[in-house]
Ligand binder design. Structure first.
Ligand code: C5P
Length: 242
């Protein structure tokens, strides 16, 4: 890491001031956390893999017209992104029951859902990211109704596209989390996809064996965590250099 102004440090990434105004450098750490920071660890090489995987997925999404904050990868652990105003909502899309949905409703993991379900969580470490409704989001002003409409429409497109992409490499996209930001250009604002898309925030199961190839291996102490991230990168055809 060079000497640059640190704008924000999260659990898995650091944001530095970028080379030009309106840009940031997103640095991917090997640190892993789960259950709102109650479980912490290091997954060696995770940052390098997530940088590549997120670059690949954001680029493919950009090609189909999904606006993202991603500009280009700079090196093994860093990517250049546009500076956006992060909307404090985590949007989760679910295709198959798993994780907190299975727990909350007593639905066995692996049960296909009748249709894709979208959930919203308010980003707050102190409050443990509570689940919220559209009403909360618009009433408390976290996102205006048209912005939320854009976020939902983009999430469904991302789900359709990524479900197909992953199926093509023998992986089921069980669920994933997205974050969005406001990007200002010439007094005009658009909602763009921000943060990252990687096995840290997607559940990916092997189509044939249902083997988990994502962060649940860390959350549930299943072992072979780095190998799982590597396998996702390998199937995408993008193993890191060096
Ligand atoms: O834990 P839960 O079942 O609600 O997670 C749903 C999806 O959102 C999973 O793919 C998980 O990796 C992701 N997620 C995340 N960050 C959070 C909470 C969930 O990336 N803070």
């Amino acid at each position: 890491m060079t000497r640059r102004r640190r704008i924000y440090e999260g659990k898995a990434k650091v944001l530095f001031e970028g080379p030009e105004p309106g840009t940031l450098v997103q640095y991917f750490k090997d640190d892993a956390s789960a259950f709102n920071n109650q479980k912490k660890g290091v997954i060696t090489g995770k940052g390098v893999l997530n940088n590549r995987i997120s670059e690949y997925l954001m680029s493919r999404l950009s090609e189909i017209g999904v606006p993202t904050h991603f500009v280009r990868r700079l090196n093994m652990r860093e990517q250049l992104v546009r500076e956006v105003e992060i909307i404090p909502i985590e949007l989760v899309v679910r295709n198959v029951a798993a994780g907190s949905l299975s727990k909350r409703f007593g639905i066995p993991e692996g049960t296909p859902l009748p249709r894709s379900i979208i959930e919203y969580y308010f980003k707050s470490d102190e409050l443990n990211d509570p689940m919220v409704s559209e009403e909360h989001i618009t009433a408390f002003g976290w996102a205006a109704p048209p912005d939320l409409d854009d976020m939902v429409a983009l999430s469904l497109r991302v789900n359709d596209y990524l479900s197909g992409l992953f199926l093509g490499i023998g992986l089921k996209l069980i669920d994933f989390k997205l974050e969005f930001g406001r990007l200002w250009e010439n007094d005009e604002m658009r909602i763009v996809l921000a943060d990252e898309i990687s096995p840290d925030n997607c559940r990916l199961w092997d189509v044939k064996t249902n083997e988990k190839l994502d962060k649940d291996r860390f959350r549930q102490d299943l072992g072979k965590v780095e190998e799982a991230y590597q396998e996702v990168a390998r199937r995408l055809g993008i193993l890191p250099e060096g």
